[in-house]
Ligand binder design. Structure first.
Ligand SMILES: [Mn+2]
Length: 253
């Protein structure tokens, strides 16, 4: 049974920005720059990051020494001084922990969470849990989300964790390229069941990198966020803005 956490927005919030799947990494400075520029200028009253902000996260201690993670932490910290920042785990950065949240002044968000805003209930999720056909991944997810796995992994030296993450990443890339590999999307009936259980009309999620608005019937919808890749042609850097008038996609590039 899925538990639906709830966040009631203060009445002062007019615009809420939602982004996901930036997959920030040291080797993609253009996307980092676009993200930094956006955070410094967004007029939103709150910012929600729905997972996979980072391409990989091997432990909060990575951000306590000079490097890419610390650079990202500083951008988040400066943003969070100005506007509340909420971060949900994705499948790549599920190891972001309370130490990093405290370092940046951001709030970790449970997956899924119902955001109550402008009298509407928005169901927010990364989306990976609803890709039911991705059986291998869901099995892996169950394994790595246990406190035992997490504690054992985080107890390893940082360099060893980085090497393990690289190996896992390579394995998953090879798996994706293997013949007969079927790409799994969010399961429609499961999404409807979640929405009904959460008493919400719209599910907003990322993960699949297939931005679209799906009509699920009976007034229910599934809104999929875009990933970010500023080096792609055309560049991708999109924000979903929730305003009193509804949801609106804003392309920054
Ligand atoms: Mn993902």
């Amino acid at each position: 049974m899925t538990r639906f956490a709830e966040l009631v927005a203060p009445a002062s919030w007019r615009t809420v920005d939602l982004i996901s799947d930036l997959h920030l990494q040291a080797g993609e400075p253009a996307t980092f720059d676009a993200w930094q520029g956006y955070l410094q200028t967004t007029p939103a009253d709150a910012l929600f990051i729905l997972g996979d902000l980072f391409e990989v996260w091997v432990g909060d201690d990575a951000a306590t020494q000079p490097g890419f993670e610390a650079q990202c932490a500083e951008v988040l910290r400066q943003t969070a001084e100005r506007v509340p920042v909420y971060l949900m785990h994705g499948n790549r950065d599920f190891l972001v922990g309370p130490a990093f949240a405290a370092q940046c002044g951001l709030t970790l968000l449970e997956d899924p969470t119902v955001l109550v805003l402008h009298g509407e209930r928005w169901l927010l999720s990364h989306g990976d849990m609803l890709c039911l056909a991705d059986v291998d991944y869901l099995r892996f997810r169950e394994q790595v989300r246990t406190p035992e796995w997490r504690d054992a992994f985080l107890a390893k030296p940082l360099e060893e964790r980085r090497a393990l993450a690289r190996a896992m990443r390579e394995q998953s890339e090879n798996h994706k390229r293997s013949p007969g590999m079927v790409w799994a999307d969010v399961d429609g009936p499961a999404a409807r069941a979640w929405l009904q259980a959460a008493d919400a009309r719209t599910l907003v999620h990322g993960h699949t990198h297939r931005p679209a608005d799906h009509d699920l019937g009976d007034g229910l919808q599934r809104t999929v966020l875009s990933d970010w890749d500023v080096s792609a042609q055309p560049p991708r850097a999109q924000v979903l803005c929730l305003t009193p008038a509804g949801a609106q996609r804003v392309d920054l590039r």
